[in-house]
Ligand binder design. Structure first.
Ligand code: SAH
Ligand code: SF4
Length: 393
């Protein structure tokens, strides 16, 4: 099993193409292949045409998928029949609105330097106990090439602290090189940088931006992200959308002082930003931060939030975060999926850096090598009947 299924282009309307996956049709945006024609095969991710694929190669891949695809759908349907509790209702809602499609993105964490001092975060500037690292331009490009060419990822998140060492020039260089060597849906997660920089990265080929607003409560925001305001953050997120980025956003669960009402507002604010992906996860305390003693939210609190978000917004794409997986390394991801989520990220950061990207400690997956992680994810998808077809636009 591979983590993307090719589809056949069956209609083109300017930049929007209709793609057929076996008996299903999905729409995807095509920015990069002006001469794409009906009848060609492509890979789409995040509702976005990422790569062309030769007909013969696509036919071979589809042949291996045909039988499994039908089986996966049956498993998914069986798991959503006669829903009983909140989680099952949410899972059935997901099945009805988006079928068993599921996106698998890779994430490469390229620097743990940060100029900000978020009280919850282990790589905050004032944490002097952490060994810092930066991957240089070539190292980042190489890691992306390996992820795309060897591991066959179609979407990659490039994440870091707010690290100004990466000038506009360096970041543009990275994006251009990656897009030239190995086209992929590139999603940047580099915090608050100016919108000119984001525009340049978009022009170079980046198409996604992951920026959480962290909390919809402006007072909590200012308390936990000293020196910053929620307004600035929301302005940036709106600008990113205007530039054309696919937006991935959401919030932290478990900030001290966050009420149930705040969480409902968090869900509503996420939806009002019309993101391509909801990303919300539990705050896991880091021993070298001012929030070291806050209690870890129970797994059920995260699952309840996923389920509520799914029921309130049936068409949303909801990520199972690594922080959720960390709460229960055996079953966290599976339970997230069965509560309404439909997307996952696999950490592809080179092994020597993974334990240093310590936003929070003991992150799920750091004990496994990349191939083992991928195996585990594919096994999980098989168990719960999810297929890596694009979720569409
Ligand atoms: N610097 C960038 C991207 C890296 S941080 C930014 O801040 O946007 C990515 C996310 O990690 C943050 O949005 C935050 O929600 C999350 N995070 C930080 N500390 C965390 C912790 N202790 N537990 C769980 N998530 C955390
Ligand atoms: Fe820096 Fe992001 Fe961590 Fe805040 S959450 S300290 S901006 S890495």
């Amino acid at each position: 099993m591979c983590y993307a299924i090719p589809g056949k282009v069956v209609a083109i309307d300017d930049k929007v193409v209709t793609v057929e996956y076996f008996d299903e049709k999905k729409k995807a945006r095509n920015d990069f292949y002006a001469d794409l024609a009906v009848g060609e095969y492509i890979y789409a991710q995040g509702g976005f045409v990422v790569q062309r694929i030769a007909e013969e190669e696509a036919a071979n891949i589809l042949k291996t998928w045909q039988e499994l695809f039908t089986k996966l759908k049956e498993v998914d349907l069986r798991l959503t029949r006669e829903p009983k509790g909140l989680y099952q209702v949410a899972n059935a809602t997901r099945q009805r609105s988006l079928g068993n499609s599921c996106c698998i993105h890779g994430i490469i964490e390229f620097s743990n330097y940060c100029r900000s001092n978020c009280l919850y975060c282990g790589i905050r500037k004032d944490n002097v106990n952490l060994k810092r690292y930066r991957m240089d331009v070539d190292e980042i490009v190489e890691a992306c090439e390996y992820a795309v060419k060897e591991l066959k990822f179609k979407a990659l998140v490039l994440q870091s602290g707010e690290d100004l060492w990466y000038s506009q020039e360096k970041l543009v260089d990275i994006v251009e090189k990656v897009m030239r060597k190995c086209p992929v849906l590139l999603i940047v997660s580099i915090g608050e940088r100016d919108s000119e920089l984001y525009k340049k990265l978009y022009a170079s080929g980046a198409r996604g931006a992951l920026v959480r607003f962290e909390t919809s409560n402006p007072k909590l925001y200012q308390k936990y992200r000293p020196g910053h305001t929620l307004d600035e953050r929301l302005t940036l997120i709106k600008e990113l959308r205007e530039i054309g980025y696919l937006v991935f956003t959401g919030f932290l669960l478990g900030l001290p002082g966050q009420s149930e009402k705040d969480i409902l507002k968090d869900i509503e604010l996420t939806q009002s930003l019309k993101p391509e992906m909801f990303t919300f996860g539990p705050l896991i305390p880091h021993p070298d931060t001012p929030l070291k003693d806050v209690p870890v939210p129970p797994l059920e609190a995260v699952l309840n939030t996923i389920a509520r978000a799914r029921i309130l917004h049936p068409d949303s794409r909801i990520l199972v975060t690594t922080a959720l997986e960390t709460l229960d390394k055996e079953e966290g991801a599976q339970r997230g999926f069965l509560s309404g989520a439909n997307s996952l990220m696999v950490n592809l950061t080179p092994k020597k850096y993974q334990s240093l990207y310590q936003i929070y400690p003991e992150r799920a997956g750091t004990e496994l090598d990349t191939k083992q992680k991928i195996e585990k994810v594919l096994q999980l998808l098989t168990t719960i009947g999810r297929a890596p077809t694009d979720l569409g636009m």
